[in-house]
Design a protein around this ligand. Structure first.
Ligand code: FAD
Ligand code: UDP
Length: 379
């Protein structure tokens, strides 16, 4: 008899696991509490036909060959290299901060500083702002302090509502300082966007006679976990269960809530061809929002008018908004590990994804993890 698998959540974690298990012969039940598939990648067109990334801009990039090849089974891609500008001291300059940013903001000192940078970091194309701050040479230290202040300190305070010193280095180091003119936001081998958007990619992923998707279906209202047994609607589930939602919610927050940051995403429509000169413009300093995305750059669509999205960081309030970003810290990791220990008491339960693993994963990291997890589940 075919084995049954239960999956909670239809983002990349859940959808990739669903497809892989379906291809292995499992009958898969996929519960999704939203009214649509694709998780935070959901990008249905707005009234003007522009595909908007309704849960924030999602740019695909990976150096993991297996992930790239797997996705290519389900969609065509068009090449897309992401470039970001930042509004700094009254100018739009490349982010990550690079030599062009330096030359625009410090034209007179730039040649000397560039020479000093290449002497201080021989052979390196990208460095951490934290390494620049630690330099002893006064001009480099001063440059580090300038970039730190104009690019990182206030953006980070808005995004995380914490002083930058309390934000995990791994978060800050996602955005380097570039020693050269490479103005791409990512350096991965494959940088591309799904030709018709993410939603058709997810439709193709889930297009299997072995997958049954239930939308508007909150798994936590139907699951019970007790003494190593998992029940769905009161019936014990004997196959694998893959959970991709917040781990604290699965255990009714019995040790208290895991902290997350949320966002308010505000879209605006303009009756002109373009709103801004790049897909994303970061506003590290004066504004309340952190960045503006202009979606047509991400979709490659040629349409009149344009739709933009502003991101206002917010505290996460359950029921009111969404848990977008896990907050990395020693305390949150310790709390997460307590929930993880509870999860370990359920041999059929597998955790996968940004929320269930409480990790600041990019899409490719989640897909890679979902491929590995589904490999490890026995046929
Ligand atoms: P999700 O996409 O969040 O999917 C989880 C799903 O589970 C959701 O659909 C949710 O509704 C469902 N769910 C939760 N609880 C339940 C329940 N109780 N019952 C049923 N369903 C439930 N990555 C990139 O690679 N490039 C980017 O440019 C990029 N930009 C990002 C921008 C923002 C603003 C954010 C927040 C993230 C960004 N990411 C980006 C990361 C990317 O969103 C994640 O890596 C990806 O969404 C992880 O997929 P997932 O399946 O783990 O989670
Ligand atoms: N960051 C910053 N200034 C910027 C861009 C990013 O200080 O102009 C910091 C900030 O702390 C942010 C982190 O770098 O949370 C990661 O940025 P990224 O663009 O990777 O964030 P995401 O796209 O995941 O929201």
């Amino acid at each position: 008899m075919a084995q049954e698998a239960l999956i909670i959540g239809a983002g990349f974690a859940g959808a990739v696991c669903a497809r892989r298990l379906a291809d292995k012969g499992y009958t898969v039940t996929l519960l999704e509490k939203r009214g649509h598939i694709a998780g935070n990648m959901y990008d249905e067109a707005d009234a003007q036909g522009i595909r908007v990334h309704w849960y924030g801009p999602h740019i695909f990039h990976t150096s993991i060959q297996r992930v790239w090849e797997y996705l290519n089974r389900f969609t065509d891609f068009f090449p897309y290299e992401h470039r970001v500008l930042g509004w700094i001291d009254g100018q739009l300059v490349p982010i990550p901060f690079n030599y062009a940013s330096l030359e625009a903001l410090r034209p007179e000192q730039a040649p000397v500083l560039e020479q000093m940078l290449s002497n201080a970091f021989p052979g390196q194309k990208r460095i951490s702002i934290l390494d620049l701050l630690n330099r002893r040479e006064p001009p480099l230290k001063e440059l580090g302090e300038y970039i730190y202040d104009r690019v990182f300190v206030h953006y980070t305070a808005k995004q995380w509502q914490l002083p930058i010193e309390q934000v995990d280095r791994s978060v800050i180091n996602r955005v380097p300082v570039v020693l050269g003119y490479d103005d791409r936001y990512f350096q991965d081998t494959w940088q591309a966007m799904p030709a018709e958007g993410y939603l058709p990619l997810f439709q193709a992923l889930l297009d299997s006679p072995n997958i049954c998707v239930c939308l508007n279906c909150d798994g936590l209202e139907r699951l019970t976990l007790s003494e190593g047994r998992i029940c769905l609607d009161g019936r014990e589930w004997i196959g694998p269960v893959i959970y991709t939602g917040p781990l604290d919610e699965l255990f009714r927050q019995q040790y208290g809530p895991l902290p997350y940051r949320s966002l308010e995403l505000v879209t605006e429509r303009y009756d002109r061809e373009w709103f801004q000169p790049a897909a994303v413009v970061n506003y590290p300093n004066e504004e309340d929002f952190t960045r503006i995305t202009e979606h047509k750059y991400l979709t490659g669509q040629v349409l009149p008018g344009t739709t933009i999205m502003k991101e206002y960081p917010l505290a996460y309030v359950p029921e009111k908004n969404l848990p977008y970003y896990p907050i990395a810290s020693a305390e949150s990791e310790a709390l997460y590990q307590k929930y993880r220990t509870l999860a370990d008491g359920y041999p059929r339960l597998h955790l996968c994804g940004r929320l269930a693993e409480y990790r600041y994963y990019n899409m490719d990291g989640v897909i890679s993890r979902a491929l590995e997890l589904s490999d490890s589940i026995e046929d």
